[in-house]
Design a binder for this molecule. Structure first.
Ligand code: NA7
Length: 481
């Protein structure tokens, strides 16, 4: 059994781990960059941190007593990803600098080609390439004309010195708010260009003291109990609140965000500018207990006027004002629906994944696509991507996919793919369930795909966990050799 995994981020690490648990060790991970870690390798902007507590944002199979903060900074998570890959013995299995360009299926085998040429044939492939990694630059006139330093948040060079600089941040999502809070004390002047205000959930990011870390080192079971506690809080309270499955928790959450704004911002004009006109949770909730303080510093400015264009000296807003800047940081998000792009994946009878998905990304339970035998996804279409630990999603899917892949180890089974009718019905049910969710309640967000459909998971986390416990083989077509 030879399995290829595309990517070497969290999803790929989870996939490799669960394949190895099934005794499948001939695994090759193709990684376009020269380092693993995915989003934590790419995002090194000031203030980058996970908004999920670290003791939950970890693999169940790799507990870590060393987290230094409740929500750890990006570089700690990146080190954790690397350490985990080393412990699993994955480093030698990764081909760095190999961006997959083509994967073509013929008679039970996938031929994989990367930027370095044909890499041979595999019995199965798992695409674990992530959703948030194609930086999205705003469509603003003159973006090329800026004379200072302009950079997307996911392309930030951590060596950049911002002290004494006039800095503009465009975008006020999770990334923009983290940057503002992190740099405000070191810059001469800070302007946040906000197109739409965000609801902000205050979550103090306290340090985890050495004493606590020692306790976890001495007693790993305590970490597991804490993980279980956090998982329960996040999945049955937080995530279910957002997905409409826990109205009482939703009310608490909405109230907490409203109280946070009122308690933190006294100036009525500024407060009005920061008040969203949509429901809490419609856009992905921002988690911060430092942003409101930062934006109220005397040298910080919240600009809500529309941007007319970018000029060599800065940003000109519609009212004619020029905001002079030395640095512009584009915290403008990602092409979140470019799953598997720009790879050419060709399934049975020459069907291309791009064609199969030309009216939107559709999969059976996020992990498999009719017409694409022995091809699986981690973090595929409609994966649970709300405000909880993506690592739990990735692990649950990886375990499920490993179960399917292991069936190919049986010499009698040549290929597995989901039934087209079952997949259609699953997606019809999913779209139906999307009506009335908070995400469709009247705001724009990166959850919407270019076809206007929300690409999240509409049901409760417990349903996801239950449905994904093990594949129901009646939903799959098996071709016997
Ligand atoms: P997001 O959440 O997609 O936020 C992008 C921000 O950029 C958002 O405030 C946008 O405003 C703003 N934006 C985008 N285009 C423009 C233009 N043309 N002009 C002004 N402002 C613009 O990306 P993040 O990187 O913050 O977070 C992505 C996810 O990463 C996050 O949810 C976590 O899961 C981790 P808009 O709201 O569209 O008006």
């Amino acid at each position: 059994m030879r399995v290829a995994i595309f990517g070497a981020g969290a999803s790929a690490i989870a996939a490799a781990h669960y394949l190895m648990r099934k005794g499948i060790s001939d695994i090759t991970l193709f990684e376009k960059a020269d380092e693993l870690g995915g989003t934590w390798r790419d995002n090194r902007y000031p203030g980058v941190a996970c908004d999920v507590p670290s003791h939950l944002y970890r693999f169940t199979f790799a507990p870590n007593a060393e987290w230094t903060q409740r929500c750890s900074p990006g570089d700690e998570i990146q080190s954790y990803m690397r350490d985990t890959a080393v412990k699993l013995g994955l480093i030698d299995k990764i081909r760095f600098g190999h961006e997959v360009t083509d994967a073509t299926y013929t008679d039970g085998r996938w031929a994989v080609t990367t930027t370095q040429g044909l890499q041979g044939e595999f019995d199965a492939i798992i695409s674990a390439t992530g959703a948030l990694h194609h930086p999205r630059f705003p469509d603003i006139d003159g973006i090329e004309d800026f004379a200072g330093l302009a950079c997307h948040s996911a392309r930030w060079d951590p060596g950049t010195d911002l002290s004494g600089k006039r800095v503009g941040v465009i975008g006020s999502g999770s990334t923009g708010t983290q940057i503002v809070a992190a740099v405000v004390d070191r810059v001469a002047q800070l302007t946040l260009f906000q197109r739409t205000p965000q609801w902000i959930m205050p979550l103090p990011n306290h340090p985890i003291e050495e004493e606590k870390r020692q306790e976890y080192r001495d007693n790993p079971a305590a970490m597991d109990s804490y993980y279980a506690y956090l998982a329960d809080r996040f999945n049955t309270v937080f995530a279910d609140a957002v997905s409409g499955n826990n109205p009482e928790a939703y009310e608490h959450m909405a109230q907490a965000c409203e109280n946070n704004l009122h308690a933190s911002v006294q100036d009525p004009v500024l407060r009005a500018k920061l008040t969203p006109d949509y429901k809490v949770g419609c856009k992905r909730l921002v988690v911060s207990d430092t942003f409101y303080h930062a934006i109220q510093q005397p040298h910080a400015q919240l600009e809500t006027g529309a941007i007319a264009r970018i000029e060599p000296d800065g940003v000109r807003t519609d009212d004619g004002a020029l905001h002079d800047l030395d640095v512009i940081i584009f915290a403008t998000g990602f092409y979140a629906h470019s799953i598997c792009h720009p790879m050419h994946i060709t399934g049975r009878e020459g069907i291309s994944l791009n064609e199969a998905w030309n009216e939107g990304n559709v999969a059976y339970r996020s992990v498999a696509v009719p017409g694409f035998p022995n091809f699986f996804l981690i973090g595929g279409p409609n994966s649970p991507i709300g405000n909880f630990s993506y690592l739990m999603t990735a692990e649950t899917q990886a375990k499920y996919v490993a179960e399917l892949v292991s069936k190919l180890g049986n010499a009698e089974v040549q290929s597995i793919e989901p039934d087209a009718g079952v997949t259609r019905r699953y997606n019809a049910e999913l779209r139906e369930a999307m009506h009335g969710t908070i995400w469709t309640s009247g705001c724009d967000s990166w959850y919407f795909d270019p076809h206007g459909r929300v690409a999240s998971y509409p049901w409760s986390y417990s349903r996801f966990a239950e449905d994904m416990k093990a594949p129901d083989m009646r939903d799959f077509k098996l071709v016997r050799a």
